[in-house]
Design a protein around this ligand. Structure first.
Ligand SMILES: Cc1cc2nc3c(=O)[nH]c(=O)nc-3n(C[C@H](O)[C@H](O)[C@H](O)COP(=O)(O)O)c2cc1C
Ligand SMILES: CCCCC(=O)C(=O)O
Length: 433
């Protein structure tokens, strides 16, 4: 028997020699540490060589496929990036293109993440961080983590269980969830699956009676916050989307094809509404007067999503907004080349602690979460990463993405010596010139 690590089933000789077998397993590039201990345990318990060989094959199978490049089970993932190729493999090209696309050549989308590389973390030593608390309180509700789920439309394009699977994973992991107006699932169903409230993201429409009905329905279902997205003016030019669509003849009308009629077709939030006067969900000519009008009917909290400048943050305060999400729609609103993490400090300065400021765009690592909090965000949202998990593996995929990010975040939180979120401060980071 050779002890050289390879993917073959161990020979009978290896199975009869306990020491050789353990070395063989430990050196295996295709077994996880837990698979190794399961096999060693079976060996110690006196399993037959046939049974061991069989278990070995079962345990190495998924890992073997992962070695080929794309993960085939959520537990194989080392980081959230591992889910993207798996999602791409699972989805029809047009659906993947919809998820992946930004605007024009995706420069803002790319910079949203890359800009985090310009920020270094200042770690601290000799602080007891064996026990840490990552909870945040927003609008009176305490969440066990500052990692929240951004509104993403049409999740039926990614998985049959759509937002219901996401809501269940968010419930288990304690993450806040924001449902899109053009989600594939109703707010009542999402709240039932989550076993608790979610926030509701509003695309206003250009018919006030429809807008008002959407808000009333969301609040009646139990949404404590209405998130008005203000960053889209209409259609957008995205080369990625068009490239993928060109390669796919599938009809996407049921999930995410453009144009108002398609956007609301089979979108449960529009069930029972007369949408005959609506022509648009964005590009509605919305101004601050609309915010005032909405403010008057929203009983709970009103959040603006898509603010990226100090000027607009100051105006938002004057209009009685309860929180801001610094966002460029994940690089899907405009090719501005301004990553959100660089816009965050000026918005935080303008708001001056009067209301919470959240951020999304390009957050892919626990270190990104920490950097955003250090620069003044109260919480952060992720968009595409949880959809990669959803597309690839459904609810367990979303849960794995959330668990990985949380684990990475806790690790770096300990390294900066923070035992609670409030202990993550501007001194936790250093922005490179
Ligand atoms: C496929 C897709 C659909 C989206 N749909 C919405 C939406 O309906 N409403 C909204 O406010 N933002 C929407 N967004 C933007 C997200 O809420 C969020 O701002 C963005 O995804 C964050 O960036 P990230 O994907 O890099 O994490 C969407 C994003 C994606 C990728
Ligand atoms: C179909 C409605 C647009 C959803 C959206 O906000 C996005 O695709 O980014």
């Amino acid at each position: 028997m050779t002890t050289a690590p390879d993917a073959r089933t161990p020979s009978d000789a290896a199975l009869t020699d306990r020491r050789n077998f353990i070395r063989f397993l430990a050196a295996s590039p295709v077994l996880t540490p837990s698979a190794v201990s399961a096999l060693v345990g079976a060996l110690s318990a006196g399993a037959s060589s046939g049974a061991l060989a069989q278990s070995y094959d079962v345990l190495r199978a998924p890992q073997q496929k992962a070695v080929d490049g794309v993960i085939t089970a959520p537990e194989q993932a080392l980081n959230v990036f591992d889910f993207e190729p798996a999602a791409k493999k699972a989805l029809p090209p047009a659906h993947y293109g919809y998820l992946a696309s930004g605007v024009d050549g995706d420069e803002t989308l790319r910079l949203n993440h890359e800009a985090y590389d310009d920020i270094a973390i200042r770690v601290r030593r000799l602080i007891d961080v064996r026990k840490i608390d990552t909870s945040v309180t927003l609008f009176g509700e305490t969440f066990s983590t500052p990692i929240m789920l951004a509104p993403v439309s049409s999740q039926g394009a990614f998985h049959a269980e759509a937002e219901a699977a996401v809501a269940r994973a968010a419930k288990v992991k304690g993450n806040n969830f924001i449902l899109s107006t053009v989600g594939s699932t109703s707010i009542e169903d999402v709240i039932a699956e989550r076993g608790g409230p979610c926030w509701y993201m509003l695309y206003p429409t250009d018919d006030w009676s429809v807008t008002e009905a959407l808000v009333k329905r969301a609040e009646a279902a139990g949404a404590p916050a209405i998130v008005l997205t203000v960053d889209r003016q209409g259609g957008r030019n995205t080369e990625t989307l068009f490239r993928f669509r060109r390669d796919d003849t599938r009809d996407c009308k049921g999930c995410h094809a453009g144009g108002f009629a398609n956007e609301v077709s089979r979108k449960p939030m529009f069930d029972d509404l007369d949408v005959s006067k609506v022509t648009n969900l964005y590009g509605t000519g919305m101004t601050w007067e609309f915010v005032d009008r909405l403010r008057k009917i929203v009983k709970g909290k009103l959040v603006l999503k898509g603010i990226v400048t100090r000027e607009d943050a100051e105006i938002a305060l004057k209009h009685g907004v309860d929180a801001i999400i610094v966002s460029n729609h994940g690089g899907r609103a405009e090719e501005s080349l301004e990553p959100t993490i660089r816009a965050l400090p000026e918005v935080v300065a303008a708001v001056d602690g009067k209301i919470p400021v959240l951020i999304d765009g390009g957050i892919r690592r626990g270190t990104d979460v920490l950097k955003a909090l250090a620069l003044g965000a109260t919480a952060i949202c992720i968009g595409r990463p949880y959809c990669w998990g959803l597309a690839a593996f459904g609810e367990p995929g979303v849960a794995a993405v959330l668990a990985i990010l949380q684990r990475e975040f806790e690790t770096i939180m300990k390294q900066v010596g923070a035992t609670r979120i409030a202990e993550i401060t501007k001194d936790s980071v250093m922005v490179r010139a």
